[in-house]
Design a binder for this molecule. Structure first.
Ligand SMILES: [Mg+2]
Ligand SMILES: [Zn+2]
Length: 163
């Protein structure tokens, strides 16, 4: 079984702006993210992004907008030789009824765990909200809470690779 790092998207991978981010011009990859992810990849860890995108359920933007920013993210990361193992998003908004995939729900983590043969007990989830940690906990994954838009490299170094 593989060890993995699960990452929230907004505020961890790209800049949290305090509102939904779906336009390419608003999607800013935080500066040390490529290096931080490269260090995980070089250590042999799986890298999985899990994100709530309730703006789809709200009708604010569509799946194609999410796909566009995620293609851009993949491009930025591949320029640094980084390849995400997988990326999952929940498109639902709570006003449309409860779903199991929106964090704090753990369905997307569980899907990744099953699909990629991940050992949850050896893995961590890094997020900037309590609900990220709740989702992790429900899947048996240790959560690490970070401030939004904080440098990722020290967290990876001190709390994942050298933990
Ligand atoms: Mg976030
Ligand atoms: Zn959902």
């Amino acid at each position: 079984m593989r060890r993995a790092v699960f990452l929230d998207r907004d505020g961890v991978i790209n800049r949290e702006r305090g509102e939904h981010t779906w336009r390419l011009e608003d999607f800013e990859v935080l500066p040390d993210v490529p290096d931080a992810l490269l260090s995980l990849q070089e250590a042999g860890l799986a890298i999985v992004v899990i994100t709530n995108q309730s703006g789809i359920g709200l009708g604010l933007y569509g799946h194609e907008d999410v796909a566009r920013v995620h293609r851009y993210l993949h491009d930025v990361l591949s320029n640094h030789r980084v390849h995400l193992t997988d990326l999952y998003y929940c498109p639902h908004h709570p006003q449309g009824g409860a779903c199991l995939c929106r964090k704090p729900g753990s369905l997307l983590l569980e899907r990744a765990i099953a699909r990629h043969g991940i050992d949850p007990a050896a893995s961590v989830m890094i997020g900037d909200r309590e609900r990220d940690l709740l989702a992790a906990g429900a899947a048996g994954v240790r959560g690490i809470l970070v401030p939004p838009n904080a440098p990722l490299l020290p967290v990876i170094r001190d709390q994942v690779l050298n933990a």
